[in-house]
Write a protein that binds this ligand. Structure first.
Ligand code: PMV
Length: 330
């Protein structure tokens, strides 16, 4: 690409929900995690991002939901664009315009879809052709979980030990298993402590070492349950892993409690339904909202019951999602 021409690309990426969670970094700068993780892309919960490298710009610009953004968020995007500029051998600044179709900062991984879409759009606009693995590595440096929104369907992020071997890959395509994530929104507020800060606190909990030591076992069982479509085994691992992460979060210094009263009400409801034999389980990211996973045949009933719980403002449903993609028609 010539440094005098304007180049643009628009890309879309789905958010993802982790069944085996990433919490804590071995290398916080490169976002190399302490444990491997496993997730599902969420079809329809998306970020769409347009990147334009423009010789007329005197600095990077960021617009989120049509609002100009400066400060820390712009600095994070700028630092990420520096990587892309270095890879492409260009020095042009970029205009980044991004919008989500779900609330940001409340336990739906907006940074995952945001940095997956940004990676693809920035690489495409800069004229560098990256394969899925390298795109996943690049997305990881923006936000760890973003590397899992690059490949399709059910995705494993191999922790690795360095920038080269820490990336995500698909273990099964979206149509492998007909399950649904019922995303239960109990708060749309921005969380007080973001995940970057949370990762840095993980080791202050005496429980983190035990959580990490047992992570390969949980991941292997969860992977097998997904491959064999064994909901019972899957549900056991997903709930255990989420509880372990929140136990670490609650016992860090300072302690963090992401849950709100309706979060707990949903957990109790899901436990009761499971005792009655419904194929449902819960998992919670770094926020108060609850992801209730169910077999698709039960999803309508589950969503309806969830909507009736006091404090629940909305239930979004998402099936296993596609890979990050370039929007040709934009
Ligand atoms: O990618 P980050 O830094 O936003 O961390 C994500 C952390 C969790 O969402 C809580 C767990 C995960 O694996 O997605």
């Amino acid at each position: 690409m010539s440094d005098r021409s304007q180049r643009t690309a628009t890309c879309t990426a789905n958010s993802n929900i982790a069944f085996i969670k990433y919490w804590g970094d071995r290398d916080p700068c490169l976002r190399i995690p302490v444990n491997s993780s496993l997730s599902m892309n969420l079809e329809g919960l998306t970020t769409r991002t347009r990147v334009t490298f423009d010789p007329k710009l005197a600095g990077d610009q960021l617009t989120l939901e049509d609002q100009p953004v400066t400060g820390e968020a712009l600095a994070r995007v700028s630092a990420f664009l520096d990587r892309v500029r270095q890879m492409a051998g260009i020095s042009l600044f970029a205009e980044v315009r991004s919008s989500n179709n779900f609330p940001m900062g409340a336990g739906i991984a907006s940074s995952a879809s945001a940095f997956a879409a940004l990676s693809l759009a920035a690489a495409h606009a800069a004229g560098i052709a990256l394969g899925e693995k390298d795109l996943s590595r690049l997305a990881r440096t923006g936000s760890g979980s973003a590397c899992r929104s690059v490949p399709a369907g059910f995705v494993e992020w191999q922790a690795g030990e360095s920038d080269e071997d820490s990336f995500a890959f698909s273990i099964a395509p979206p149509d492998h298993w007909d399950i649904v994530d019922n995303v239960v929104i109990v708060s749309q507020a921005h969380k007080t402590i973001g995940s970057t800060e949370g990762h840095a606190l993980a080791l202050t909990s005496p429980l983190q070492t035990a959580r990490v030591a047992d992570a390969p076992r949980r991941l292997a069982l969860c992977r097998r349950a997904i491959c064999e479509r064994d909901f019972e085994a899957f549900a056991d691992m997903v709930e255990l892993d989420s509880n372990l992460m929140h136990a670490v979060i609650m016992t860090s210094t300072p302690p963090i409690l992401y849950w709100q009263p309706p979060t707990l009400a949903v957990i109790h409801a899901v436990q009761a339904w499971r005792r009655q034999g419904w194929p449902v389980c819960y998992t919670i990211d770094a926020g108060p909202n609850v992801h209730v996973i169910s077999l698709s045949a039960h999803a309508d009933r589950v969503a309806q019951e969830l909507s009736g719980i006091s404090g629940v403002s909305k239930v979004l449903t998402a099936r296993p999602g596609r890979a990050a993609r370039v929007d040709e028609d934009y």
